[in-house]
Design a protein. Structure first.
Length: 373
């Protein structure tokens, strides 16, 4: 089941993940059991949350693009939005500015709403400031006072993202960027990942006490998301020490773009290859990846109909940068060029193997050093 593409503002695809749709439908039908007013109130809350999350992530994306970091897409998940960029900012200042931009947008909306309702008091439920306010009163306010719903959603979204110092939330990225200025990204990531694990465990226990499925999902997302980001940063650091030329396969499998896809697949499988280069002529090469073929294909169509063109990689590009592109774009392999001439390919498996070898060497060196001390 694929994500639904809602649009491409500023060239950034906004995708609605199927799990988000299922969660919203589940909550709406659950609210309907309490009455039509409850369901409409919940729908209004989700509408403003949906729009605020999109604009929050779009703000991140605009600042990223402004700092020279390309953003591929924004994926809307049950726990919020995730902007998928081509790289993690290496400059701590860039990461700080990108991370705080989303919450700043939310707090700007809060300030704007406060100013508006100050001059238009009848559009805001001031009676909620009373100590006798009930949950039902707040629920009705979501439906009948849009300004209140807008303020509530953006205050919660901005505060939760900024003041929770856990990766991959904005607060965790802000904390990492500040620590990175003093101790470097790798060490800062390790510290914030430990903090994230503690926060995730606390949230998980609280979710049981409050019987909150959403809080439980967020706790799991933080725990595994922070660990994955730590692994990513560690891998980038290790791969920076590797000689790129040692990873190049100088005799890759290359097929003609005019060859029927059916015969190309049979040829690749006979060679035990799941991805290969496609020669379009005039020094232009695409990639055919069997894992990413569509569900329905016409075996008589040419390979050119199913190939894609990865970003050209220069032999001068550092290995850790290439690894980052594999991770963010999902490449199986990429062609490597030297002064515009093809010299071979680097596969994801070669990158991963090099990383494993580097990690083993680092671990053995650490054990030898600790034993000698």
């Amino acid at each position: 089941m694929r994500s639904l593409v809602l649009g491409r503002p500023f060239g950034v695809a906004i995708e609605l993940h199927w799990s988000f749709i299922l969660l919203v439908l589940f909550i709406l039908f659950s609210a309907l059991a309490e009455g039509i007013e409850s369901m409409l109130s919940t729908a209004m809350l989700f509408f403003f949350l949906f729009m605020s999350v999109i604009l929050h992530e779009l703000t991140h994306s605009i600042v990223s693009i402004n700092r020279g970091i390309s953003v591929q897409r924004i994926v809307l998940l049950p726990i919020g939005g995730v902007a998928v960029a081509e790289e993690i900012p290496e400059n701590p200042r860039d990461e700080f500015l990108i991370s705080v931009s989303g919450p700043i947008f939310n707090f700007s909306v809060v300030i704007a709403v406060i100013l508006i309702v100050t001059f238009l008091p009848s559009f805001f439920p001031w009676h909620l400031l009373s100590s006798k306010t009930t949950a039902a009163d707040i629920d009705r306010a979501f439906l009948y006072y849009p300004f209140f719903t807008l303020l509530y959603v953006n205050l919660m979204l901005g505060s939760f993202n900024l003041f929770l110092p856990a990766l991959p939330m904005d607060g965790g990225r802000v904390l990492r960027s500040l620590l990175s200025m003093k101790m470097g990204t790798v060490k800062a990531t390790r510290i914030v990942t430990t903090i994230s694990a503690v926060i995730a465990i606390i949230l998980f226990m609280v979710s049981f006490a409050l019987q909150s499925i959403i809080l439980m999902v967020i706790a799991v997302f933080i725990f595994f998301g922070s660990r994955e980001e730590a692994r990513f940063i560690e891998a980038k650091s290790s791969l920076a020490k590797i000689n790129l030329k040692s990873l190049i396969n100088k005799k890759p499998l290359i097929i003609e773009s005019t060859q029927p896809i059916g015969s190309a697949i049979r040829h690749m499988l006979s060679k035990k290859k799941f991805a290969c280069l496609v020669d379009f002529g005039s020094g232009k090469y695409g990639v055919l990846d069997l894992e990413n073929l569509p569900e329905k294909i016409n075996f008589l169509e040419p390979v050119s109909s199913y190939a894609f063109f990865p970003e050209p990689i220069s032999i001068d590009m550092p290995p850790n940068k290439i690894f980052e592109k594999f991770m963010t774009k999902g490449y199986a392999l990429v062609p490597i060029f030297d002064s515009g001439v093809l010299v071979g390919v680097i596969s994801q498996s070669a990158i991963e193997q090099a990383y494993r070898e580097m990690r083993i060497k680092e671990r053995i060196s650490s054990l030898i050093e600790s034993k000698s001390n």
